[in-house]
Each structure stands twice: as structure tokens, then as C-alpha cells.
Design a binder for this molecule. Structure first.
Ligand SMILES: *Cc1c(COP(=O)(O)O)cnc(C)c1O
Length: 385
């Protein structure tokens, strides 16, 4: 049995005729930039998140970049973010010559540790960027406390978390001053190329973001500040508008798949409580999301387990035609491009351990129970070998 890490073709078959119709309509009208589909995806996203506003942009990376620019982030300003995330969260900060301040993560959720954030606040701290990693909301209650106490805004990197909920029922993108989304094709809501969006409840920020994506221009050819070309095109927006009505259902399918993984890992007696620092070599740590104190609504952008001999397991799975991937193998503080940053005396022990043990298994909505059973069976074979 072959199990791809992900497969977008099955899903596309279910929406193909609708997508084709809107793409052809755009070609007929020749309206490619900031047209009706861009407006519609903004309304749809704001409504999904429970936010007042959304601004469609060219990528998740540009969503974070324009959010930082909307806060007027200047050289030497410090921005706090987790050491364990996709590069874009840090790259955008560095591109503004601001200073990314990496902090260690929580060993149960893999999200930024609020306690570590508090330790790293200085007079120069201008924003905190929690990442809702794998589709599970960061500890926003404590982060908002810090935000209020020091008057530092929160920008959510919600690129992996569209439709996910914090335990109080509020959704990702509506938990800070701004929420950043990516519609990269493999995200839970993905377009046919690159695009993204920023959500907010703040009218001033909203207007600034709209101007920002169009070179800070308002009115035409008058520029009161410097923005960029961060516009989403109509083709991307049209594909996203056609997919949006299915998102809830697709996210639910991912959650059901996660439950099946849990069921089979337990059947094979492979699970282990992940409140320990390192994994035992005959066990698998599965996501803790569904347990009592971790009752945020997970959308499983990724389903990640932790195992010892991770690289050997990945190879063993590949030999058995099962796809898997590593998000992420290297902590940000170890990336060569950040060698210039002043070394702090943090040991990043959780991030370092997780980078060596984490492995993402197939979780896409169209995956079948027999696939999941086969993946767990194969892992059991490897571990008991
Ligand atoms: C995908 C992603 C981004 C960047 O989005 P792009 O659309 O690829 O630019 C940023 N942060 C996180 C956590 C992501 O997963």
C-alpha cells in the first residue's frame, strides 16, 4: 500500500467544475487585480475568524511583513518569537533590520512558552509573534496578560491555523492585534500558488494594511508611507472562495484522522505521555491536544509524533512507500543566517530535543482508515524490530 505524505488531487476533483468556471470568468472579464473575488475572500475570512476585517495579500510571509510594517517596526526593535517555527516568522523581522529574539517552546504543545516570553521582554520589545504551530493555538491567555502588562502588541502567525479555536471559543486570527494567514497550496486552505491575508479588529490598522499592500499609495500616486506590492491576485482569490465552504468539513476530517491515529497507536501499545523531556526508544509521543487541559480545537495542519531514531524511522517508512516529513529539523537560533545575532545564554533544550525527534505523518482529509492503520502498523514493526 502506498501512502503519500499529502495529495491535493483527490480534493480538487470535488471542486474542479466550480473552480474552472470562476477562472474562465476572470479570463473573460480580464479583471485580474483587487476585484470581486479578493473582496469576497476578505469577507469570508473575517467572518470565519470572527474578526472585523481581513486584508488579502500575496503570501503568508508578506502577511507577517506587512503586519510588522503596519506597526512601524524599526531597526533594532526587538520582536519575540518561538525558536521552533517556519523560517518566515523570523526572516520578515530580520528583513526590517529588527532583531528576532528566539525563545524556547512548551514541551507539550510545541508552541512558544509564555514564561520564556516574559523573561525576554526589554525596553526594546515592540511585538510578540506566537505561532499556532501545526494548527494548535498558542497559550494566548498568558500572552495577552504580558501584552497588556507591558503594552506590547501580539501578531499571531496563524499560517497553519485557519479555523482553529482557542479554548474560550475564539478563533485563530482573532486573538491578537493582527493575525497572519498563508494560503500556500498545502495549507489547510490552499490556493493555486502563493497568497495570504491579515485579519484585525482595529480600523486604523486595517486601513493602513490596505494602503500598505499597494505601495502605501493613497490617493493614486501619492505616498504618505512606504509599502510594497503585497496584492493577492484574482485567480488565487477565486480558488480560495470556491474552497472556503468546504474548509470546516476538511478540518473535521483531519481531526477524525488524528483520532484514528490515536486509536491505533494505543492498540499497538506505543503511546507515551509527552510530559517527559525525551522519548523512550520503544514508544511514540502523540499530540496531546485532545486531553483535558489542552482542549483548544486543533485543525491538524500537521500531525506530528516524537520518536527516537527519527531519521531511521523516516527511512523505514519511505522503504514501505509511506511519506513523512520533518517540521522542523533545525532550531532558528542555529540557522547560519542568524550567526550575526548576539548569543544569549538560553539553552533551548526543548526546541533542540524536539527538532531531533519530531516527525509529521500523513493527515490530509482524503486519507482512509486503512492508510492510517498501515502507517501505525509499519511504525510498530520498526519500533519492535
Ligand atoms: C507557511 C507558513 C508561513 C509562510 O507562508 P507563505 O505563504 O509560504 O509565505 C509563515 N509561517 C508559518 C508558521 C507557516 O507555516
Amino acid at each position: 500500500m502506498k501512502v503519500n505524505f499529502f495529495d491535493l488531487t483527490e480534493q480538487y476533483k470535488t471542486i474542479k467544475s466550480d473552480v474552472e468556471k470562476s477562472i474562465l470568468e476572470i479570463l473573460d472579464t480580464q479583471r485580474f487585480v483587487l476585484g470581486k473575488y479578493v473582496s469576497k475572500i476578505e469577507t469570508d475570512l473575517a467572518s470565519l475568524c470572527g474578526s472585523k476585517y481581513a486584508v488579502a495579500v500575496s503570501s503568508g510571509t508578506d502577511a507577517i511583513l506587512s503586519a510588522l510594517m503596519a506597526l512601524d517596526i524599526k531597526p533594532e526593535d526587538e520582536i519575540i518569537l518561538p525558536d521552533f517555527t517556519f523560517f518566515a516568522t523570523a526572516g520578515t523581522i530580520a528583513r526590517l533590520n529588527a532583531v528576532p529574539v528566539f525563545v524556547d517552546i512548551d514541551k507539550n504543545t510545541y508552541n512558544i512558552s509564555a514564561k520564556e516570553v516574559r523573561k525576554h521582554i526589554t525596553k526594546k520589545t515592540k511585538a510578540i509573534i506566537p505561532v499556532h504551530l501545526y494548527g494548535y493555538c498558542a497559550n494566548i491567555e498568558e500572552l495577552n496578560e504580558i501584552s497588556r502588562e507591558f503594552n506590547i502588541p501580539i501578531i499571531e502567525d496563524a499560517c497553519q491555523a485557519i479555523g482553529s479555536e482557542y479554548k474560550d471559543g475564539r478563533r485563530a486570527g482573532n486573538l491578537g492585534l493582527m493575525g497572519c494567514f498563508s494560503f500556500y497550496p498545502t495549507k489547510n486552505l490552499g490556493g493555486g500558488g502563493d497568497s495570504g491575508a491579515v485579519t484585525t479588529n482595529d480600523e486604523k490598522i486595517y486601513n493602513k494594511l490596505k494602503q500598505m499592500r499597494n505601495h502605501g499609495m493613497e490617493p493614486r500616486y501619492y505616498h504618505s508611507f512606504i509599502g510594497g506590492n503585497f496584492r493577492m491576485d484574482e485567480f488565487q482569490a477565486a480558488i480560495l472562495c470556491n474552497k472556503m465552504p468546504h474548509l470546516e468539513n476538511w478540518n473535521n476530517k483531519r481531526r477524525e484522522n488524528a483520532q484514528l491515529y490515536k486509536k491505533y497507536f494505543q492498540e499497538y501499545n506505543l503511546t507515551e505521555d509527552n510530559s517527559i523531556e525525551f522519548t523512550k526508544n520503544n514508544k511514540v509521543i502523540i499530540p496531546l491536544a485532545d486531553q483535558q487541559e489542552y482542549n483548544n480545537l486543533h485543525i491538524y495542519h500537521q500531525y506530528c509524533i516524537r520518536v527516537q531514531k527519527r531519521d531511521e524511522l523516516k527511512q523505514f517508512l519511505a522503504d514501505n512507500e509511506i511519506g513523512s516529513d520533518i517540521y522542523y529539523p533545525v532550531p532558528l537560533h542555529k540557522q547560519t543566517c542568524f550567526n550575526y545575532l548576539k548569543r544569549c545564554d538560553d539553552d533551548f533544550s526543548v526546541t533542540n530535543a524536539v527538532c531531533n525527534e519530531i516527525l509529521a505523518l500523513p493527515i490530509y482529509p482524503e486519507l482512509k482508515e486503512e492508510h492510517i492503520k498501515f502507517v501505525v502498523e509499519t511504525i510498530a514493526k520498526f519500533i519492535k524490530k
